[in-house]
Design a protein around this ligand. Structure first.
Ligand SMILES: NC(=O)c1ccc[n+]([C@@H]2O[C@H](COP(=O)([O-])OP(=O)(O)OC[C@H]3O[C@@H](n4cnc5c(N)ncnc54)[C@H](OP(=O)(O)O)[C@@H]3O)[C@@H](O)[C@H]2O)c1
Length: 248
């Protein structure tokens, strides 16, 4: 049975734990899961992680390096880093992975819908961009408590649009609106407006299960073939999933 250790017992870690449980219960790949929260002595003792085949990091940015060190010391050679905001520690994490020969996938957003939405938006810009009649715009709406604005996903979409739109020289020139109100778990809308018509592409998140599904698909990707040591992006996982879907 696959041994999986999740570092981070917040809403994402629990959603991944629930998705793994549900997969086992519905006759899918069985896994023994260990879900660990903040360690009492500041950092995890590698022995507390068990003997994991895979470690999923979903904690806090400042904990990422110590958690990757603990995962490597516990013998894990496959890793998924879902935590966001640890970019400055990337060289250290990359070095750790190469030293130990471990492969990791790190992404700020593991939702398959978001990954495919980004590609749809690029195609749409290719179609509408050359037509002077259509103005592009981006609207995002998240719960009142979300601090960052625009969201990381909106920034990524803005970059995809600005990089391809012939009338935009930077993301600053894109009409971008952020709403922080109520409890929306996340809505992103990309539109193209002309005098007589509007075309809109909209992505609406319902809950965290979309991230968990992408993380499980990534776990399968890491296991399916020996991946080169170091950090990988989510894109190759999505490419392979489209070419060769995995049964749930
Ligand atoms: N890549 C994606 O698709 C994706 C999707 C959603 C969220 N995220 C990111 O994933 C991270 C977790 O999200 P979340 O919503 O679950 O956050 P959260 O609800 O705040 O949970 C984080 C949990 O990690 C615990 N923790 C702190 N230090 C730890 C350590 N050293 N080892 C293990 N656990 C530790 C925290 O405990 P304390 O409360 O005691 O600090 C907290 O319970 C965030 O960075 C978030 O931005 C990524």
């Amino acid at each position: 049975m696959q041994q999986i250790t999740i570092l981070g017992d917040g809403s994402l870690g629990r959603a991944v734990d629930a998705a793994l449980l549900e997969r086992s219960a519905s006759g899918g790949r069985p896994a023994e899961v260990l879900l660990l929260g903040r360690p009492r002595r500041g950092r995890h003792d590698p022995g507390d992680l068990g003997r994991p085949d895979l470690v999923i990091e979903a904690s806090r940015p400042e904990a990422v390096v110590a958690n990757v060190e603990a995962a490597m010391a516990a013998g894990a050679r496959r890793l998924i880093v879902a935590t966001t905001g640890w970019r400055p520690a990337r060289p250290r994490v990359e070095a750790l992975l190469r030293e130990t020969g471990a492969a990791a996938v790190a992404a700020p957003n593991f939702s398959l819908g978001v990954a495919l939405f980004g590609r749809l938006v690029e195609t749409a810009v290719g179609l509408f961009g050359p037509l002077d009649a259509f103005d592009p715009y981006l609207l995002e709406w998240h719960r009142r408590a979300k601090h960052d604005r625009p969201s990381g996903t909106a920034l990524d979409l803005a970059r995809r649009i600005a990089d391809r739109h012939p009338r935009l020289t930077s993301t600053d020139e894109l009409e971008l609106v952020s709403i922080r109100a109520g409890s929306s778990p996340g809505m992103h809308l990309v539109g193209f407006d002309a005098a007589g018509e509007t075309v809109e592409l909209r992505l609406t998140a319902r809950d965290r299960s979309a991230y968990a599904a992408g993380i499980l698909a990534t776990a399968d990707w890491l296991e399916r073939d020996a991946r080169p040591a170091g950090l990988h992006a989510f894109d190759p996982v999505v490419d392979e999933l489209i070419a060769r879907p995995i049964a749930a």
